[in-house]
Write a protein that binds this ligand. Sequence first.
Ligand SMILES: [Zn+2]
Length: 202
Amino acid sequence: MAAAQRRTTRTTPPRLRPVSALIALAALATVVVGALNMRVGPAWPYRLLPLVPRGIVVHHSATPTYVQGRQVDAAFLDEVHATQGWGMRYGERVYHIGYHYVILPDGSVEPGRPEWMPGAHTVGYNNYLGICLVGDFSRPAGHPPQPTRAQVDALVKLIRQQIKKHRLSPQRLYRHRDLDATECPGIGVPWEEIVARVNAGN
Ligand SMILES: [Zn+2]
């Protein structure tokens, strides 16, 4: 009613006021971001004041090694995590991948998000480095496969490097399942061996 009355008395076409435009833009952005389920935060505060990792959490990708003919690697996981949100923008790049490192079955280590950036891998422990072993070591239940020898060797080496580099306490080395209600990284991961080798230095 009020709008109709106003329209009859208005002599100039209605204009969107700057404040209204801003509110409309913010609402639109909220809807779009919500619809895409994306929460991409800026990373620059952490570039100025880099995160100091407090420990290490080991994960598995809970995927086959290959999906539709494509190797599961850091780039693949980046795309998967893009659908889940919690990315971080730095410069031209958005880091969707929540892990800091990914270890492939052949033992090659790929970088995920930079070490100075908080992870997006374990609730309450994203100031820990997240390392992901590609594979599913929790299924089939009861007798899941183990990671390859090359993966285990690379994991031990990487953990030792990171402990030394960031002066981490070897006590702050966890499996995801030690910190949250999850099977990750699966009972197929020879955890006792890994911890023993990290501590023994071999
Ligand atoms: Zn995990």
